[in-house]
Design a protein around this ligand. Structure first.
Ligand code: PLP
Length: 439
């Protein structure tokens, strides 16, 4: 067996040349003790080093909303190659993509592109600070906004270090971040109107921005409670702060117009990522002209980079949006969701395992050991991680790939056959959980 058909041997080699054996921390799948190595992907499936096929229930941590190897995306990349792999020049295509986004995303009067969610979120915050002349950011505990030093706080704090539930501590999620930055961020519990109102009342004139995931997918799947996004909007209006939606995950997932289209609440700025490029690296910072005009060269807030808006990704994003915009795309997705979740609920009930399933669109949160609704990070963090690890390992053994982190979902090309295979694996894995973790 060559090193490249044996995952354990490949991982041993990887650890010599890649710190921790991975190219990105999130690629470690602790449920199997190493990354999941694949050699190719096609549609709803990925293939491991030995050629075994798995239904992909992680879909590139949410990016591959059209599955793998989608002909429209392949065609777009080919078009970019035919144009000569143009890089760091403006073409008509960036303008076309920006114009398209202004037509479909409610807050998007203007658009700038970046390479990743992390990068665009960092620029979005700097822009909000420029536009308001203020520094303080309010964020919600359990919401993730990328890895930049200015935003990498309190998305998965250990409960013993997280502070009081009503007054969470601003918890740095990495070593090496300047301590002084914690003073620029206030962390508030999600879905807690009095806590949010109190934060604005105490710091109103200093608040540059309120940032949130309109659906908190990074803590599984936590929906805003009725009226909560309205409150976010009205507090920002009252205190002159920028409302910034992190739509890296919500964009295109449950609605062509993203979380803002789904909720009817229009932020001042938003960042779109992941499904925008359908597997190619691109993100977009979109927003109202009154804020966006602060970007250089017109304004004073910097946003630049050699590889920004690379044509391969720009053309892929156009092709992805054309596909999402087809009249059948979201109705078909809704049918797949109905089929998958109704059967998943049934399988859970039959298994006798304590597991709460929460979902919106083709993305779901799993909370083992819990049955009551999960409404914020503190309740999500009470789930039983050992049960989840047993479940994920059991699914993988049975041919459905899940990641241990909260990135569970499927794509627009997962048909009934693929979802039925996933459900079969889920049923078996729940039996593993029942046996390994008796109630
Ligand atoms: C809501 C949210 N914001 C930002 C990011 C960071 O995006 P990227 O991984 O493209 O840097 C992620 C990644 O998972 C995310 O889920």
């Amino acid at each position: 067996m060559s090193a490249y058909s044996d995952p354990e041997a490949l991982y041993t080699h990887a650890r010599q040349v890649l710190p921790g054996g991975v190219s990105a921390t999130a690629r470690m799948n602790a449920a199997i003790g190493r990354p999941f190595y694949i050699r190719r992907g096609d549609g709803a499936y990925v293939e491991d080093l030995q050629g075994n096929r798995y239904v992909d229930m992680c879909i590139s941590h949410g990016a591959s909303l059209l599955g793998h190897n989608h002909p429209a995306i392949v065609g777009a990349v080919q078009q970019a190659l035919d144009l000569g792999i143009i890089c760091s020049y403006e073409t008509e295509h960036q303008i076309d993509l920006a114009a398209r986004l202004t037509e479909i995303i409610p807050c998007a009067e203007q658009v700038r592109f970046a390479g990743s969610g992390t990068e665009a979120m960092m620029h979005a915050l700097r822009l909000a600070r420029t536009a308001t002349g203020r520094e303080l950011l309010i964020k919600f505990e359990g919401h993730f906004h990328g890895y930049a030093d200015v935003l990498n706080y309190s998305w998965a704090p250990p409960l013993e270090a997280a502070g009081l539930p009503a007054h969470p501590r601003t918890y740095p999620e990495s070593a090496g971040m300047p301590a002084a930055l914690t003073e620029t961020i206030l962390v508030v519990p999600f879905n807690d109107p009095p806590a949010l109102e109190a934060a604005f009342a105490a710091h109103g004139e200093q608040i540059a921005a309120l940032v949130l995931e309109p659906v908190n997918y990074d803590s599984g799947c936590i929906l805003p409670e009725p009226g909560f996004l309205v409150l976010c909007r009205s507090l920002c209006d009252r205190y002159g702060a920028v409302l910034l939606f992190d739509e890296v995950l919500t964009a295109f997932r449950m609605h062509l117009a993203g979380g803002q289209g789904w909720s009817g609440i229009t932020p001042d700025l938003a960042v779109l990522g992941k499904a925008l490029g359908a597997g190619l690296p691109i993100s977009a910072l979109v927003g109202r002209c009154t804020v966006m005009r602060h970007l250089r060269p017109e304004g004073t807030s910097e946003l630049s980079g050699t590889y920004l808006a690379h044509l391969t990704a720009v053309l892929a994003a156009q092709a992805a949006i054309d596909t999402y915009a087809q009249p059948s795309f979201y109705p078909r997705l809704a049918e797949q969701c109905e089929f998958f979740y109704s059967n998943f609920e049934r399988v859970i009930a039959e298994s006798g395992v304590r597991l709460r399933l929460q979902y919106i669109g083709p993305r779901f949160g799993l909370y083992f050991g819990l049955e009551e609704p999960v409404t914020n990070y503190r309740s999500a963090a009470r789930q039983n991680r050992a049960m989840l690890a047993t479940f994920v390992a059991g699914c993988i053994r049975r041919g459905a790939y899940f990641h241990l982190a909260a990135h569970h979902g499927f794509s627009g090309v997962h048909d009934r056959a693929a979802l039925a295979l996933a459900l079969e694996a889920i049923e078996g894995a729940l039996e593993d959980v029942r046996l390994a973790h008796p109630a």
